[in-house]
Design a protein around this ligand. Structure first.
Ligand SMILES: Cc1ncc(COP(=O)(O)O)c(C=O)c1O
Length: 386
């Protein structure tokens, strides 16, 4: 039995439902942020993140900083590239536009390589683009939360290393870390940014970043100072290194309560093999995608290899809009999100399936949501194909 008050099940693509133990660890008594017990907890969080990102390279550097996923973009733009540099942004939806906008804010020239809605840039297009200019960095959104499109990081990374070996590879893993397979060392990535509130299953409020030794070297070799004060790695790098060495340190006050919650969620995630976690997200996603197509509905990501495993973006039946459907789902105790991609936002809804809703066998969130979707659509006039 959950200790949380009854509430509609939150199945948007983040924030997600919380495990009781994660939530309860937020009500920790107040602790000094430089006390040995808290520094110890923070240090363990950083070490556990190495395991989550599958990196054993001691040169890799985790960061956990109060903020959201967006702060990860700021840190990348402020620390890893310099004004005037060119960056190639692979576009699979809304979040690439925002990342590009963030680069422009720091005086960095962002070129977007766009795919049609629901698709992703093809490898030959990426290769051609990389040969055209000296890009200091390429960014890839692992799962674009506006479209549910999954990028294929492993083969893209080997292509980039072959064609443009000096280009730093940055992955926006805000909607993927914790539910999609991602291998920081094996796939030779330079920086992955994420946030606490999606597949990691912790309340919102933490920006989480893993940087490679090469990225840290690139940062140290900057000609200009970082373009941000709060997000400057000049300020945070020694702090993170001290925390992991269990030494008290201060630049800006962290949130002890959120760090406790993250400690609990990471401990839970790492108590089982990550392979199992990736598999159960894949299998649940397949089941959802089959149920959606049995209902006669299409997804934005039409090709199976483009489909994310932690969410599904579903086109509504012709003529229906999210306000026709979402309130009916809410009455049935399920919260989905509306569309987000600017051009087609009124035509689709998004179903998030990450974390405890997928991994906890005591919960029936997914079956409840599929039943609510079917019944809800029928109630608002849809005829399910026989
Ligand atoms: C892929 C992706 N990148 C970045 C962000 C921004 O993260 P936040 O809203 O935590 O700032 C989001 C948010 O949903 C996202 O889905």
């Amino acid at each position: 039995m959950s200790s949380q008050p009854p509430h509609p099940t939150l199945l948007i693509p983040g924030p997600i439902e919380f495990d009781d133990e994660v939530l309860q660890s937020m009500s920790h008594y107040s602790q000094s942020h430089v006390s040995a017990p808290f520094v110890n907890t923070f240090g363990e969080v950083l070490t556990m993140l190495r395991q989550l990102f599958l990196t054993t390279n001691p040169a890799s550097q985790p960061f956990v900083i109060s903020g959201s996923g967006t702060l990860g973009w700021d840190m990348v733009a402020a620390n890893l590239v310099e004004p005037g540099d060119d960056v190639l942004v692979l576009h699979t939806g809304y979040f690439a536009d925002s990342f590009a906008d963030c680069f422009e804010t720091y005086g960095i020239k962002a070129t977007q390589l766009k795919a049609p809605i629901g698709d992703r840039p093809q490898q030959d297009e990426v290769e051609k683009a990389l040969k055209e200019k000296d890009y200091k960095m390429i960014t890839i959104t692992h799962t674009d939360t506006s479209t549910g499109v999954l990028s294929e990081i492993k083969s893209l990374s080997s292509l980039i290393h072959r064609v443009s070996p000096e280009t730093l590879i940055v992955v926006d893993g805000v909607c993927s870390v914790g539910c999609e397979e991602l291998r920081f060392d094996d796939w030779d990535l330079d920086c992955v940014i994420t946030a606490s509130q999606k597949a990691i299953g912790c309340p919102a409020g933490l920006s989480i970043v893993m940087a490679s030794g090469r990225a840290i070297e690139r940062f140290k070799a900057r000609k200009s100072p970082p373009g941000s004060y709060f997000g400057s790695w000049k300020n945070w790098l020694p702090i993170m290194q001290n925390y992991e060495a269990k030494k008290p340190s201060y630049f800006a006050t962290p949130s002890p309560q959120l760090i406790h919650a993250l400690h609990t969620s990471l401990t839970q995630i790492l108590s089982k093999p990550l392979e199992d976690r990736f598999r159960i997200h894949r299998e649940t996603s397949e089941k959802i995608k089959k149920a959606v197509s049995d209902l006669g509905l299409k997804q934005l990501a039409s090709k199976p290899e483009n489909q994310a495993n932690g969410m599904t973006a579903i086109y509504l039946p012709e003529g229906m809009t999210p306000p026709d459907v979402l309130p009916t789902l809410m009455k049935k105790g399920v919260v989905f999100a509306g569309g987000l991609h600017k051009e087609i936002a009124a035509k689709y809804v998004r179903f998030g399936h990450m974390g405890v809703s997928v991994t906890d066998p005591k919960r029936d969130d997914i079956d409840k949501a599929l039943k609510a979707l079917k019944e809800g659509l029928v109630e608002v006039g849809y005829k399910v194909p026989a």
